[in-house]
Design a protein around this ligand. Sequence first.
Ligand SMILES: [Zn+2]
Length: 223
Amino acid sequence: MLSNEEWRMIMINYLFAKQGCPLPPFGTGVFYEYITAANGVFIRSKRNCLEAMIPVMDMPYHPIRGLEELEPYVRLDTKVPAKLVEWALEQSNLALPNEVLFWLLPLSEGWRVHKPTQIATPGSVIPADKHDPIGAQAVIDLHSHGHARPFFSPDDDRDETGFRIYAVLGRIEETVWMQARVGIFGNTWPIDPALYFDLPENVFGYWLNHEELTMEEPYETQS
Ligand SMILES: [Zn+2]
């Protein structure tokens, strides 16, 4: 019988981005891969309709000689249609002041949205069954923040530990905004929601690139 440590070794690949050598395809049966590159350490993963590689540790000013620089990417096969975001917003409005959780599941064409049985308050939402198999199939988690701003809270950081896109709808005064990030097993990277969701006219994408977030992190001070 394999120990936890041995299981970890099987499910995680450790690679170097060697100069002049393209990265190999993502490993079969692997959860994720750590890749040491000239400009830092990256984590990469791939599942149905989503693949991403994001930095775990940036070293922009001290590149490692002999290794390639890597660029983060987040690729989703199909954009989420505006109708689905509209429906989620309607449901969120009906549930005010409470939060609402939605799971988005890829279909052969397009998306299906599922609102699981949930325990919601104005400051939190969790699925009633944490082991719901539909939740495991979700490629996008979307939750609303009731009347609050669209930020990722410490609770969100604690709960959002899978590999998927996480998005949150919130309000800044009367305007509805969406903020999004990709999560790879506890590591996160901010993404522009408009690249992955067709946003209806009444929903604005809130996106700060990585440098701006590092400078200010305006949402960290909100709750
Ligand atoms: Zn939240």
